[in-house]
Design a protein around this ligand. Structure first.
Ligand SMILES: *[C@@H]1O[C@H](CO)[C@@H](O)[C@H](O)[C@H]1NC(C)=O
Ligand SMILES: *[C@@H]1O[C@H](CO)[C@@H](O)[C@H](O)[C@H]1NC(C)=O
Ligand SMILES: *[C@@H]1O[C@H](CO)[C@@H](O)[C@H](O)[C@H]1NC(C)=O
Ligand SMILES: *[C@@H]1O[C@H](CO)[C@@H](O)[C@H](O)[C@H]1NC(C)=O
Ligand SMILES: [Zn+2]
Length: 474
């Protein structure tokens, strides 16, 4: 890669601040409050003019200020928290190699016809602006190039395009958090809820995941990468399967050329705007250079948990008192693109979202380990995580509950928009799945535990039943 910061002719007045300082203190400074570009792992990013930083230098106690080019698309790259057992030796070198490869790929083919194209071809196409051991900030030509990057990264690196304009710094309000706290305070074992959540069928979890992963010989799906035919087939199949159970679903296109979000709804029996969302992402990512992306764990497991909950809602004749949505997002692997569009749309409509629980990777734990439930240690609303933890103790006591540093699934899109949200994950620790982002992510393998999917799905379902309220109609 040409690391070409010095070659960029004009550094604009804009500079980027990366900091792990508390957002609530930083947001009090008006020039920062209108410069927020999101939180990435433990770091928050602001883009402001240099005068802003000068004016509050006394109040900035941590972080780096980095000059940035005035054109191009910024991308945050972060290494996932992975267990030592599967960590590649020199992951920083691995990133260098893949960025170099990416720069080559995005450079126009030789044989450029005009002098201008030859000139353009010599511009650096990947600009490294900042790096640490586990993260990097780069600039690429365009948003499309940023999205394409996801397919070319080593599997433990995640890329997230940084929005090109400021995003609102909308913390989850105290009122919204109190509402979850109130639900938590009222939760106690309910034998009817227990009999409902226990009715989730492991047989269907198996059949459904085999269809999505393509392990079922009758499935045409080879990949569910958001740009592939397989993702479109999966979206249609999820919609049809969900509608067979009585939900109303919509394929919501969020961007041309991408497979849509699948948004399924159950109307409330009471007159209320309150809405509970449980979700997963159905798109997948394979290994670089392979067309296979079965994603049986990531995130076939979360997707079939949601579908399994829907099948149980139908079997048990459940009608919810408040609105409930079951969502399957696309474009998670390119930086939560589908869920960001949906969460933004809900915020713009002043939607009344009580809580969101995203299921991402529910199946795997290392052989010999007990079944687990991991909650995010950084991104998310603590009250929702506590509700999940308490419901797990009540309805799935077989799970060992703890925190995970594995970070940042679609719940972050909702949390960013100020909606209470958390994630459920397969491990109370870092990622340990040796087939993570690999074309070997199948359901028939050691460590892939359908009972664990069911146990976690029970918790997600119990949270929905307790929060939305319900009646049994048959
Ligand atoms: C949630 O569980 C914890 C740990 O068991 C317990 O201390 C706490 O009282 C519970 N919260 C509520 C509101 O039940
Ligand atoms: C779910 O409940 C139905 C009856 O409502 C029963 O026939 C079925 O065996 C149950 N399945 C499980 C997995 O409990
Ligand atoms: C539902 O509630 C809203 C606001 O409280 C009220 O304006 C509306 O008339 C109610 N609709 C019905 C059908 O009761
Ligand atoms: C959401 O619903 C609750 C309970 O009905 C209500 O008190 C609150 O005003 C609603 N909020 C919005 C933003 O509609
Ligand atoms: Zn995932």
């Amino acid at each position: 890669m040409r690391v070409a910061t010095a070659l960029v002719p004009a550094i604009a007045q804009l500079a980027l601040l990366i900091t792990n300082q508390d957002l609530s203190t930083l947001g009090a400074h008006s020039c920062l409050a209108h410069s927020y570009r999101g939180t990435y792992g433990a770091q928050s990013i602001f883009v402001a003019d240099t005068d802003c930083y000068v004016s509050l230098s006394d109040n900035l106690d941590a972080g780096s200020i980095i000059p940035i080019p005035d054109a191009g698309q910024l991308v945050w790259l972060e290494h996932e928290a992975v267990d030592d057992a599967i960590r590649p030796a020199a992951f920083v070198d691995e990133l260098d190699a893949s960025l170099e490869q990416f720069a080559d790929l995005s450079r126009p083919a030789s044989g450029a016809s005009s002098q201008q194209e030859v000139m353009d071809a010599q511009e650096p196409l990947v600009l490294l602006l900042h790096r640490t051991e586990r993260s990097a900030l780069i600039a690429v030509d365009s948003e499309d190039a940023a999205h394409a990057l996801a397919d070319h990264l080593p599997r433990f690196w995640k890329s997230t395009p940084i929005p090109s304009s400021p995003v609102p710094l909308t913390p989850v309000s105290l009122v919204a958090r109190q509402r979850v706290q109130d639900i938590l305070g009222s939760v106690k074992f309910d034998p009817i809820v227990a009999s409902i959540v226990n009715n989730i069928s492991v047989t269907y979890l198996q059949l459904d995941v085999r269809y999505l992963s393509g392990e079922d010989p009758s499935s045409p799906i080879i990949s569910r990468n958001a740009f592939t035919e397989g993702a479109l087939i999966a979206a249609e199949w999820l919609k049809d399967s969900m509608e067979e159970t009585g939900a109303s679903c919509e394929l919501k296109q969020f961007r041309e050329g991408w497979a849509p979000n699948v948004i399924c709804s159950y109307p409330a029996t009471e007159n209320t705007t309150e809405t509970v969302i449980i979700s997963a992402h159905y798109d997948s990512r394979g290994s670089f250079g392979s067309t296979r992306a079965p994603g049986a764990d990531d995130d076939g497991s979360g997707s079939v948990a949601i579908l399994g909950i829907a099948r149980t809602i139908a079997r048990k004749g459940i009608a919810f008192r408040r609105n409930v949505q079951l969502c399957f997002f696309s474009g998670e692997e390119q930086g939560r693109v589908g869920s960001r569009a949906y969460a933004r749309e809900l915020r713009a409509a002043n939607a009344n979202i009580t809580l969101v629980i995203q299921a991402d990777m529910l199946a795997y734990h290392a052989p010999g380990e007990p079944p687990q439930l991991g909650l995010p240690d950084r991104i998310g609303t603590p009250e929702v995580a506590q509700l999940v933890a308490n419901l797990s103790a009540i309805y799935s006591p077989e799970l060992t509950v703890g925190f995970s540093p594995a970070c940042c699934s679609d719940h972050q899109s909702f949390w960013t928009e100020g909606f209470p949200a958390t994630q459920v994950f397969e491990r109370a620790g870092p990622i340990a799945d040796p087939m993570y982002h690999n074309d070997g992510d199948l359901s028939e393998r050691e460590g892939y535990d359908f009972e664990q999917i069911k146990s976690i799905a029970k918790v997600q379902f119990a949270a929905t039943l307790h929060t939305a309220g319900f009646d049994i109609t048959e």
